[in-house]
Design a binder for this molecule. Structure first.
Ligand SMILES: *Cc1c(COP(=O)(O)O)cnc(C)c1O
Ligand SMILES: [Zn+2]
Length: 440
């Protein structure tokens, strides 16, 4: 390990030096505010459950941007570096992350009775999911702190993102994934050259092992929920959404996204809070988290009013692998996002998720993996139940590419009556199968 550039190694990890526009890190359990450079990943009084939130000095951020408007000129997500916990000199020679398209899809909106529906296509990120936003920031922070090894637990996408974002930077990624990881995701890890540990157990067990290993070996730990900066990387998605919608002269009433660990949901909330504080938006949209039937911890807790600090883990199963979290690591932030904005958690079945894959694809041109299509399935439910009202303007985040899980994609269309055509390579053979298929 090289020369480490953080203030101190605390019992809860490295206290990485933060820029002056960060006031400190606040524990979401006890509310204690730790000044920058004093604390590691989590609150020392609350251990691994003491999730921290980065607190900004918004007056200073506003002044910094006014003094130097070019601060908002960076490429992709680095456009927002003035609102990230990065020091000015942090070097970011990483693949192009962020600046993904937002599609206005009037056909789907009309079918659902919405005034507007936008789909944010995060499948267009370098490694095919929204996780690139978090992993890019993790690599930048680990590099600036002088680490040469970075680790994460993941169901697959965060791992692929970390492996991809580490490429070419001399940063060694060590990945802990459940052995059930999908083939496309393991292929990404191996091609990017990550040291990959297949854990014979659940994602939650891989998470615990990664945490133990990172402490034992002294690696930088990117794991979702535990590392407070992942929220900060992911929040850039909502800056983009709000800017893209504003450019179209419109406003968002509700935002809907799949939820596993709940980090994306908490990050969307954080980004919107930043924008409100800076006067960039006027109203907080309602936030909706969609969970899979086989991984519904947050939905259950929301429904029953249970305290997510103490509610025990559940067992998980289902096709939306990216949503499988028995004890959602960012449950405190996710619950606050939904409760404080007047949104809801929605629960969808695997069948509803499969049905959503071709519907979303045909209505928007966005090919989504199950966890991403779940957001559309959840939107259908929320509209049917009246939780999202007729005439609303909704932004849906499609979090990952359908190419990540082609088995589910094929399963989603195998259920349809329209079969594939097959013929010999001549016109009369085509005419035969054509006439047998369609009545013209
Ligand atoms: C990680 C992920 C999610 C869920 O995000 P959480 O922060 O775990 O709630 C949804 N969709 C995709 C494609 C993901 O990779
Ligand atoms: Zn605390």
């Amino acid at each position: 390990m090289g020369l480490l550039n953080f203030d101190s190694m605390t019992e809860t990890g490295p206290a990485v030096k933060l820029p002056e526009h960060v006031v400190g890190l606040r524990c979401l359990v006890c509310g204690k505010l730790y000044p920058s450079g004093r604390v590691g990943y989590v609150c020392p009084h609350h251990g691994d459950e003491g999730i921290l939130d980065v607190v900004y000095d918004y007056a200073r951020i506003r002044a910094n941007i006014e003094r130097n408007p070019h601060r908002l000129d960076g490429a992709g997500m680095w456009r927002y570096s003035a609102l990230l916990p990065l020091r000015d000199n942090t070097c970011l020679p990483l693949p192009h992350v962020g600046a993904t398209p937002l599609y206005d899809v009037p056909g789907l909106a009309g079918a659902l009775g919405l005034q507007r529906l936008w789909v944010k296509d995060e499948g267009r990120q370098p490694t095919g999911s929204l996780k690139d936003r978090a992993s890019a920031l993790a690599v930048a922070m680990a590099l600036s702190a002088g680490f040469d090894t970075i680790t994460t637990a993941s169901t697959g996408n965060a791992a692929a993102a970390l492996a991809g974002m580490s490429a070419g930077l001399g940063m060694k990624p060590v990945i802990f994934v459940p052995a059930s990881i999908l083939p496309a995701k393991i292929a990404q890890l191996r091609v990017f050259g990550a040291i990959t540990v297949l854990v014979d157990g659940s994602y939650d067990q891989a998470f615990d092992l990664c945490l133990e290993a990172s402490r034992y070996f002294g690696w930088y730990n990117r794991s979702t929920g535990f590392n407070p900066y992942m929220t900060e990387g992911k929040k850039t998605v909502v800056y983009e959404i709000m800017e893209q919608v504003a450019q179209a002269g419109d406003v968002v009433d509700s935002i809907i996204v799949g939820a596993g660990d709940g980090c994306i949901l908490g990050a969307v909330h954080k980004g919107l809070q930043d924008m409100l504080a800076l006067g960039w938006i006027e109203q907080m949209p309602k936030l909706f988290g969609v969970q899979a039937e086989g991984s519904d911890y947050l939905y259950q807790a929301w429904k029953t009013g249970a305290d997510v600090y103490t509610a025990p883990p559940i067992h998980t199963h289902g096709i939306a692998d990216s949503l499988m979290a028995g004890l959602p690591q960012d449950r405190l932030k996710a619950m606050a996002a939904v409760r404080s904005t007047g949104g809801a958690f929605i629960r969808v079945s695997d069948d509803e998720i499969l049905e959503a894959i071709p519907t979303l694809a045909r209505g928007s041109g966005v090919f989504a993996e199950p966890a991403a299509a779940a957001a559309y399935a959840g939107l259908v439910c929320a509209v049917a139940s009246g939780q999202i009202e007729q005439g609303e303007r909704v932004a849906l985040i499609s979090t990952g590419s359908g190419l990540k899980d082609i088995a589910s994609a094929i399963a989603s269309v195998d259920r349809e009556s329209q079969a594939l055509l097959r013929c010999s390579p001549d016109l009369s053979s085509l005419q035969n199968v054509w006439q047998g298929t369609f009545v013209v």
